[in-house]
Design a protein around this ligand. Structure first.
Ligand SMILES: NC(=O)c1ccc[n+]([C@@H]2O[C@H](COP(=O)([O-])OP(=O)(O)OC[C@H]3O[C@@H](n4cnc5c(N)ncnc54)[C@H](O)[C@@H]3O)[C@@H](O)[C@H]2O)c1
Length: 193
């Protein structure tokens, strides 16, 4: 896809894989919005690549809309990388047999909220903006890439919440790709080791 003159949103773009994706997209000519909780690191990446930082918590819909709007003000939004994510590991039961020592349910919900529901919120809002683009010569309006994990398929001890969240990302990829084919938006998920 031709990205020059377009914009992109990278969640989790202040660090790691997201920062690398932001650099790649900028090298391909996109104006990148680095959407992350970390202001200092996010601004540093944005400055390096001639993009913009937007403070985003992916569990907050208004934050996501701000990032998408910031991107569309710089060019048609053609790329979204969903790299924001957290890990968490805790065994399902504690060692003393008390109910209180069982796995922390709030922590489980937080991982699902960020890694799975946050990813879906970014997809639905980013794809909405992409659906307004003029299609290119191949009928494409945009592309979305999600970060799952090998833990979606082969979770280790303590990884119930993380594996559930990444398994959810894997599971929703095909139906969303089928939905978004109608508007010319590709959806892919990668599962790093
Ligand atoms: N690095 C790996 O080896 C690996 C392997 C498998 C999967 N992954 C997945 O790839 C993605 C990126 O991994 P990474 O190693 O680059 O992680 P990282 O910790 O370096 O970067 C994640 C970024 O997400 C941001 N973030 C966390 N919660 C957020 C929230 N609620 N809203 C907005 N931003 C938030 C963090 O501030 C951070 O900058 C993650 O989803 C991770 O689960 C990574």
């Amino acid at each position: 896809m031709e990205l020059s003159g377009s914009s992109a949103v990278v969640t989790g773009g202040a660090s790691g894989i997201g920062a690398a994706a932001a650099r790649q997209l900028a090298a391909r000519g996109a104006k990148v919005v680095v959407a992350d909780l970390q202001e200092d690191a996010g601004n540093a990446v944005a400055d390096q690549i001639g993009g913009a930082f937007c403070k985003v918590d992916v569990t907050n819909t208004d934050d996501i809309i701000n990032a998408v709007e910031m991107a569309t003000s710089m060019g048609p939004l053609k790329a979204l990388v969903n790299s924001a994510g957290i890990g968490w590991a805790q065994r399902t039961v504690g060692k003393d047999g008390s109910y209180d020592s069982a796995a922390n349910l709030e922590a489980f919900q937080r991982v699902i909220n960020i890694n799975l529901i946050g990813t879906f919120d970014c997809i639905r809002l980013g794809a909405t903006a992409m659906s307004r683009n003029e299609p290119d010569e191949f009928g494409e309006r945009g592309a979305i890439c999600n970060l799952a994990s090998v833990a979606a398929f082969d979770g280790q001890i303590g990884q119930a919440s993380y594996s559930a969240s990444k398994g959810g990302v894997v599971g929703m990829t095909l139906p969303i790709a089928r939905d978004l084919a109608a508007v010319g938006v590709r959806v892919n998920t990668v599962a790093p080791v």
